[in-house]
Design a protein around this ligand. Structure first.
Ligand SMILES: [Cu+2]
Length: 427
């Protein structure tokens, strides 16, 4: 995210200010004309009026297509899964020309869309640029960004194309959000949304509480040390293959054959960022067929013993998912970006319907060498499995063995892991 104020950003603020002044001036003029007397005096806004400007953050996402990688469907073997998605641009490119972004990013999708971790009480300007498709140049699909569950007072920025604006190829659109209510949300393209969401145009957005915990009015019970976004989806590879093969899909035949967390299915879910090159043999050059490039958001949960992790679950698949943790109890503190207050509950299985979100706290038990675990680059750990309770969703297509919607919580001796600086980063 770019918190700097480039010169033409100031001109945008100036434009808004000018717009406000122009409105005020026309009201004065109108009052004067209607009464026939002198212009009315301008009445100052009351001290309690909402601020006209809040601290501002600028973000830019590009929408394009490309290929992602699943077990048995590796992108590097020219057998990847065709997908659409939103990819972030570098902060230095936030105000780049569309042509520059097309030449660099077109055809390089990622899944899920980048995690948007947004402070509360800021103004977010999110510019989305539709770069068009490389794999299907015959399609002129538009895209939108819809923040699902977010209380958006203006339909123009809500991304539902039937009631607002969609963004055709070679066009930009600046979305505006004022972040008033903390919690876990999700965002997705709303243009032909059954297709575009299945194709990968979705991600997690969350609003950070001012107190550094999960919710501001929580009496201290939603504190955490580390946080992880876990976006649940299923993949039905048939429409992906049909799209790149220029064939139609009957969506009422929907029958998923992969189940993913953050776009990855096991064992990709438990690969540390630091091990990706060795895992797939890539070199991390731009466009390299690595998970780190196509599916860069880790699904692995790492905690020091005694630490509390916040798991921000969101489900943008089309099936209800029940995620079970074998080990410590989970404390559910939020549903759909709403603090549960006295209705906080403990459970070993969290049910999450399509379009729903859950804020779940897990406190890591003490480390013990006698508990099952392993050793990775961070050190020795105990392992607790977090998995879909439906065993049919613990597979990868027709491959044998464990796969699908399963990951690990790794618990290390106290002090092993340094403090977290970004959600989902691994050590
Ligand atoms: Cu779209």
């Amino acid at each position: 995210m770019n918190q700097k104020q480039p010169p033409h950003q100031l001109s945008r603020r100036g434009f808004l200010r000018l717009g406000g002044q122009a409105l005020l001036l026309s009201m004065i003029a109108g009052g004067g004309l209607m009464s026939g007397g002198p212009p009315q005096r301008v009445i100052a806004a009351p001290a309690a009026a909402p601020a006209l400007q809040l601290p501002q953050i600028n973000v830019r996402l590009v929408a394009t297509d490309g290929f992602v990688s699943l077990p048995g469907r590796r992108r590097g073997a020219d057998n990847g899964v065709y997908a659409f998605g939103f990819r972030p641009v570098l902060p230095s490119e936030t105000f780049a020309t569309l042509e520059a972004l097309v030449s660099k990013y077109k055809g390089f999708t990622q899944w899920p869309s980048p995690i948007l971790a947004v402070p509360k009480n800021i103004d977010l300007y999110l510019t989305m640029s539709n770069l068009g498709f490389v794999g299907r140049p015959d399609l002129d699909d538009a895209h939108t960004i819809h923040w699902h569950g977010f209380r958006n007072p203006n339909a123009v920025f809500d991304g539902v194309p039937e009631v607002s604006v969609s963004v055709p190829p070679s066009r930009n659109f600046p979305y505006f959000y004022r972040t008033r209510a903390e919690g876990t949300y999700m965002y997705h393209c709303h243009f032909e949304d059954v297709e575009h969401v299945q194709m990968g145009m979705d991600g997690v957005v969350y609003i950070q509480a001012l107190n550094g915990r999960t919710y501001d009015s929580d009496s201290g019970v939603t504190a955490f040390h580390r946080e992880f976004t876990l976006l649940l989806n299923e993949v039905w590879t048939t429409p992906h293959d049909n799209l790149i093969g220029v064939q139609e899909t009957n969506w009422s035949d929907y029958k998923a054959n992969y189940w993913v967390i953050n776009g990855r299915s096991y064992p990709d879910t438990v690969v540390r960022d630091q091990d990706l090159a060795a895992y797939e043999g890539g070199d991390f050059s731009y466009g390299d067929p690595d998970l780190g490039f196509t599916q860069p958001v880790s699904s692995l949960i790492q905690l020091n013993a005694g630490e509390t992790g916040l798991l921000r679950f969101a489900n943008l698949g089309y099936e209800i998912h029940s995620m079970q943790l074998l080990g410590p109890r989970m404390t559910v503190v939020g549903h759909d970006a709403t603090f549960l207050g006295p209705n906080i509950y403990q459970t070993s299985s969290v049910y999450i319907g399509p379009g729903e979100a859950r804020d779940v706290l897990v406190t890591a038990p003490a480390y013990s060498a006698s508990i099952p675990g392993g050793v990775d680059g961070a050190g020795s750990y105990n392992v607790y499995w977090l998995h879909n309770r439906n065993a049919h969703r613990l597979v990868n297509g027709n491959l044998p063995g464990l796969g699908g919607m399963v990951t690990q919580i790794r618990v290390y001796p106290p002090g092993t892991l340094p403090p977290q600086v970004a959600p989902n980063s691994t050590f």
